[in-house]
Design a protein around this ligand. Sequence first.
Ligand code: AMP
Ligand code: MG
Length: 343
Amino acid sequence: MTSEANISKFLFLLCSLLFAGCFFSPQENPKVVELKGDVFGSYYIVKYVGELEPKLAQEKLDKLFHDFNSEFSTYQKDSVISLFNQSKANEKMKVSPRFIEMLEMAKRFHQITEGAFDPTLGPVIKLWGFGGGKRKHVPTKEEIQKALTQVGLSFIKWNKTEVWKEKNDMVLDVNAFAPGWVADLVGEMFEANDIQNYMADIGGEILFQGEKAPGFPWTAGIEKPSEEHGGAIQIAFQIKNLALATSGSYRQFFTENGERRSHIIDPRTGIPVDHTISSASVIAGTAAEADAWGTAMMVLGEKGIPLAEKNGVKVLLLNAKGVKSFEEIFSPSMRIFINDHRL
Ligand code: AMP
Ligand code: MG
């Protein structure tokens, strides 16, 4: 090739790149709308591409969050779930189809995680002082055993329109999958408004759908699980039409007599998990499922990987090695996924 041909090829390439840059650079794409704020005691960031008016999208989000809280917030005293938690044994309560949907989902997550995810752990969670409970200190063995007698999904009954509990002090707690579920509901809202490219991050439980620009998938990052690192990223990757959720023991915990007590409790013992796994990140088809599995994997640790794989979810556990470094424990399918999509 002559040097002139080389120069014209170079100029052609340069123009093509500039042209592509103008039209496809996601940073410059004016159509990515971003909405953010606080919700459920944490943050949300929602991004989408499409014709939906941002003000209207914001109104729809606010309504969705408000409606969800009125039904499922365990922090709101007059929410439907709080009323259920205050109800007496065998007192039937009329609830919405969405409440029944929540119960069915919770039951499924409980079954597929072989009990590691347990939405009826409320009495034990409260006893340890989490989830609005009063004291944050170690209860006695007797107190734990007593609280555990009020735990068990088989003691909660429902039909198509009503729910009731068979023991007085039972408490439903859906915080381990509610943010993920809300990310899925935000997705449903977008689909109903003809938006197919969006990401909905509800406090770290994230649904990624479509792309931010043609040929540019959304990017995700898994944080280093320690306060010292202030949100530094351990692994960044591209992700499309999947959900990512992370559970960790590094943000919500208390320390007594030098021992760290996490807010995630092992249903088999009624005691907070105490292994060195600092965070569990899960990729699944829906954010609700990823969220529930994230919590379950914090309970199960590395031993839970075969169960997660059997259920088609990908897992990355970050195991604390001193303060500064983390061992990455991949499930086989997560290793393949990260190898293919790592940035
Ligand atoms: P997440 O941040 O998604 O892991 O959810 C943690 C929250 O779920 C805790 O703050 C408790 O309210 C609740 N929780 C704790 N342990 C469990 C468990 N084993 N199964 C279900 N929910 C749990
Ligand atoms: Mg969770």
